[in-house]
Design a protein around this ligand. Structure first.
Ligand code: ADP
Length: 403
């Protein structure tokens, strides 16, 4: 369905001090080149990129997103490692945009109105949307004839029923500021939904899935008939699971308590909950799950407690999502931890027997990805399905331009 059309898509993911990119050939959905601009506006800025198996680094001052994207475009079409003859070969640029609020329920082609909409969402995503917008505006200047497409991290969750997205706060706050659950990682959850359905030889519309995207940032989503019906992240990506450095869901009264007792301002407490908490804060070792897991296996009690608390929360979300969907066809693990940690998957899957689900020990520990890791007689399938947000964005570009 997706292959066979000649189209080159540049996918851009602009963060506050970084730009990740991939150039994809949609004839066979292959990656022509990919790279990362790091430390934008800081000392030691550089571009790392890959063509085939070869890796290269360009170290130079990169003052802002504009300079970063200009450098990427130059590398793509000039010099010894160029992969295209001219920038005209890029048919479309797909931008990852973090927050589309309630304005964007699907992928859109960028125009003046879309830019205004993304700007409006800055109030609810002050850390992410400005960088995404800088990427879009820079491309519009540097390659004005190339269509720009915005793919929102929140869009996949926009069909959640209202009862799932309302907080128990005065309704006025929803009307005034758009305070509600939005959910994130939508592009990943959508890709994994489609890929899982493909692996099961079924249509996504006929499936009930629980998808565990477990990376530094982590979220669980209930996907029923191809749509997200609930998800663990909320108004911001701080909610839901304990993550690498984020606290996840906590009693809201704690925000005031910590501010008072630790003498913190609003900004400080937000930085604390976003950057010093989670598995890092619990273990006192690292935000990197691999490091914490290694220490837990060696017998460090705090490290084991941190991973246990994380896995327990994943279990709780899975349980509640099976309940609200009135069943489940497959449980799916994706992202850095979900794809690579048999240890975490094993902890998450200890209490599945009441729904006739069994993790296969050997399949959990060894094998290629994607793969099924449940036993043959398990009533519910368990899968590892690597996510691919860039490919999902490129497919969205192709789908939209094909219209
Ligand atoms: P993000 O995109 O949110 O930054 P990733 O999805 O790349 O994160 O996941 C990164 C996390 O995955 C890190 O904490 C890393 O330690 C963890 N991870 C990667 N490989 C393994 C592994 N083999 N075992 C346990 N954790 C792993």
């Amino acid at each position: 369905m997706w292959k066979g059309v000649k189209m080159k898509v540049l996918v851009l993911n602009c963060g506050s001090s970084s730009i990740k990119y991939q150039l994809l050939d949609m004839a066979n959905e292959s990656v022509i080149t990919k790279g990362l601009v790091e430390r934008i506006g800081l000392n030691g800025s550089r571009l790392k990129y890959q063509v085939g198996d070869a890796q290269y680094v360009v170290e130079q001052d990169i003052a802002g997103h504009s300079a970063g994207i200009a450098l990427v475009l130059d590398i793509l079409c000039k010099g010894p490692h160029k992969v295209i003859k001219s920038l005209n070969e890029i048919d479309v640029v797909g931008h990852r945009v973090t927050h589309g609020g309630e304005l964007f329920k699907e992928t859109v082609k960028v125009d003046a109105e879309v830019i205004e909409g993304i700007k409006k969402c800055i109030s609810i995503a002050p850390l992410h949307n400005p960088a995404n917008l800088a990427g879009i505006e820079t491309c519009m200047k540097l390659i004005p004839k190339t269509p720009q497409i915005a793919v929102f991290d929140t869009a996949f969750h926009q069909q959640m029923p209202q009862k799932a997205f309302m907080y128990g706060l005065p309704y006025d706050l929803y009307k005034k500021y758009g305070i509600r659950r939005y959910g994130f990682h939508g592009t990943s959850h959508r890709y994994v939904t489609e890929r899982t359905a493909e692996l099961m030889g079924k249509k996504a519309e006929d499936l009930k899935l629980v998808i565990c995207h477990l990376g530094n940032g982590a979220s669980v989503t209930a996907v029923k008939n191809g749509h997200s019906v609930d998800t663990s992240m909320g108004f911001t990506p701080l909610d839901g699971l304990i993550m690498g450095t984020r606290c996840g869901e906590i009693d809201p009264a704690l925000v005031g308590f910590i501010m008072e007792h630790e003498d913190m301002t609003v900004k400080q407490v937000m930085r604390y909950l976003n950057g010093q908490s989670g598995v890092l804060g619990l273990s006192g070792i690292s935000s990197d799950f691999r490091d914490v897991e290694d220490e837990a296996i060696k017998g460090d009690e705090r490290a084991e407690m941190a991973i246990d608390a994380f896995a327990y929360q994943v279990e709780k979300f899975i349980g509640s999502y099976v309940m609200i969907m009135d069943g489940i066809d497959a449980l799916v693990f994706t992202a850095g931890v979900g794809e690579n940690s048999p240890y975490v998957r094993n902890k998450v899957c200890t209490n599945l027997s009441h729904w006739g689900t069994k993790l296969d020990k050997e399949r959990n520990e060894h094998g290629d990805k994607p793969r099924k890791i449940s036993t043959d007689d398990s009533k519910v399938a368990i899968y590892i399905v690597p996510t691919n947000e860039e490919l999902m964005i490129a497919r969205e570009c192709k789908r939209l331009l094909g219209k």
